[in-house]
Design a protein around this ligand. Structure first.
Ligand code: SF4
Length: 536
């Protein structure tokens, strides 16, 4: 791997001290909902890399940041190689940490959704940036691991055929379970990729591939023997594509009711027969994606039903799902080219009225670098706005110029929809119709924190878009100078990490120099996405 400094020989073929950081949160938080939810959102691949590294004879220091730890002080102080996995919204924290460690001659490696979406950007600040990752790739990397002037992009040809099981990952899982309160989720995965082709989704580019059934059976058998079996969170992009196979495995390994499950499945899989089986096996949480009333009908089996027809049929189905599964979150994306005028928002209000028990999760379309096919279109049409990474979470920053809405018009619709969906009366109704304690209290907490937060955030951006000249020039493309608003927020949220941001990024943030990199490169396989990690 083209060693460029004497560190190369030091790190070659010996037992290394490997640090692995999973950045779940972007910044410190005091939210009660985040306290419960965040420790249950840890990523799978950092745990897989930890197992592989140990199997290859290295010592691993694994840590997760969920917004409640003192990350700056918890950073490992004696490692040879540091892996960081992150979503784009936490990328600047990852860049700062990498910068700090590279100054100490530690080799840094980036993986996870940000690495796949923005590899060209990330390679400026890491020694290695990973795409598809398997054990062989980790072996090759750790066998000959050296600092690089320009980050090396590494990817396996395909997704791994099998992954380490729960028992192998157990000590890393326990590290995270110690942080959980009330709800204790263990991440498992039964398949990779998805047979559907939603143009905004990173998984539409990955061929559907079941993982070995024996491993899944073993994992379930191991977990159900634990004194307090946790909830299994299926991380499959679309759980149950081979529905009977997976339910047969669960039924053969776990007595009904012994364990609980949550999953993301497309509406096409959630017919009444399947739901009865899911209920029998204690599936507690289901997160289907509706996305839009005017597109993505294949995965919801809506064929030619659009607009109000689709609302009525989907509402009927979601109410049926709620009779079998206690907690249902429905995912929507706004700002798609298929949407125009007030209809998408008014129809969603109608849906909220027809399905008072479901939690409506709203996001607007976000272009994540090279992560999904829809990006090709946005790039060729020159519609990407260079909103800084920390605001790319589906709600804090809109980085696509919309086809059918002005920014102010769009934010007005979003504010109105959020106001409508999270009034005290609506929150109370949701609380009353959900009889199970989990959705009752989770929805209440979530709506109180997130609903208020969204409305406030949208209102701030909307007023800047309407009245701030600097903001208007930036959003229209007239100026590339980053509005002060973003720099101040980033500085405030990054706290002690801010001064350690790479110099190019500090210049970009503070002196209004153009974005320091080819953020988006047509030379790479193109992939856009809704908030990374929200699929099915
Ligand atoms: S959004 Fe869901 S159904 Fe569509 S490709 Fe992604 S995982 Fe599959």
């Amino acid at each position: 791997m083209n060693p460029v400094n004497p560190l190369a020989s030091r790190l070659s073929r010996k037992s290394l001290k490997v640090g692995i950081i999973d950045l779940v949160a972007r910044q410190p938080t005091k939210s009660v909902y985040a306290r419960i939810a965040n420790p249950n959102y840890t990523s799978l691949m950092p745990q897989m890399v930890a197992v592989w590294a140990e199997e290859l004879g290295h010592q691993v220091h694994y840590l997760t940041y969920t917004g409640f730890e003192d990350l700056y002080h918890d950073l490992p102080d004696d490692v040879d190689v540091l892996f960081i996995s992150t979503f784009t919204q936490n990328a600047y924290t990852a860049y700062s940490i990498s910068n700090l460690f590279r100054q100490k001659n530690v080799v840094t490696v980036l993986g996870g959704p940000h690495a796949r979406a923005y590899r060209e950007d990330a390679r400026q600040y890491f020694d290695y940036v990973l795409g598809l990752t398997d054990k062989e790739l980790i072996r090759t990397l750790l066998d000959d691991c050296s600092s690089q002037k320009e980050g090396v992009l590494l990817t396996a040809q395909n997704q791994p055929k099998f992954l380490p099981g729960v028992e192998q990952r157990w000590k890393f899982i326990q590290h995270n379970l110690k942080k959980t309160r009330f709800v204790h989720v263990v991440p498992m995965i039964g398949s990779l990729g998805c047979p559907y082709q939603c143009s905004f989704c990173i998984d539409s580019q990955i061929a559907y591939q079941p993982l070995p059934y024996d491993q899944i059976r073993e994992d379930l058998a191991f977990l159900q023997k634990q004194p307090k079996p946790p909830i299994v969170g299926w991380y499959d992009p679309n759980f149950g594509v081979r529905f009977n196979d997976y339910l047969n495995i669960i039924e053969s390994a776990v007595p009904p009711g012994r364990m609980a499950f949550c999953a993301e499945s497309s509406l096409s899989l959630l017919n009444e027969e399947n739901l009865k089986r899911l209920k029998k096996n204690n599936f507690m949480v289901m997160l289907p994606g509706i996305e839009s009333w005017f597109d993505f009908n294949t995965k919801s089996k809506q064929h030619s039903h659009f607009g109000l027809d689709k609302v009525k049929l989907v509402a009927e189905q979601v109410n049926m799902i709620l009779r079998h599964i206690p907690y249902v979150q429905t995912n929507f994306i706004f700002g798609l080219d298929c949407d125009s005028g007030p209809a998408p928002f008014e129809l969603t209000k109608k849906f909220v009225d027809l399905c008072p028990g479901a939690y409506p999760n709203y996001a607007f379309i976000t272009a994540f670098g090279n992560s999904a096919p829809l990006n090709t279109q946005y790039q060729t049409e020159g519609r990407i706005i260079d909103i800084p990474f920390p605001f790319l979470d589906g709600n804090s920053g809109l980085n696509v110029r919309l086809k059918n809405y002005s920014f102010v018009e769009f934010y007005d619709h979003m504010i109105d929809l959020v106001k409508y969906s999270f009034t005290p009366a609506k929150i109370w109704r949701r609380f009353k119709v959900n009889k199970h304690p989990l959705p009752r209290w989770m929805n209440l907490l979530r709506a109180s924190f997130s609903g208020k937060g969204l409305k406030g955030n949208y209102s701030v951006i909307r007023s800047l878009l309407a009245g701030d000249r600097e903001f208007q020039a930036f959003y229209s493309g007239e100026s590339h100078r980053l509005p002060k608003f973003y720099q101040e927020k980033i500085q405030q949220n990054l706290g002690p990490f801010y001064p350690h941001l790479p110099r190019k990024i500090l210049h970009y943030l503070e002196q209004g120099e153009p974005a320091p990199n080819p953020r988006i490169s047509n030379a790479l396989p193109l992939y856009t996405a809704i908030p990374q990690g929200t699929t099915a």
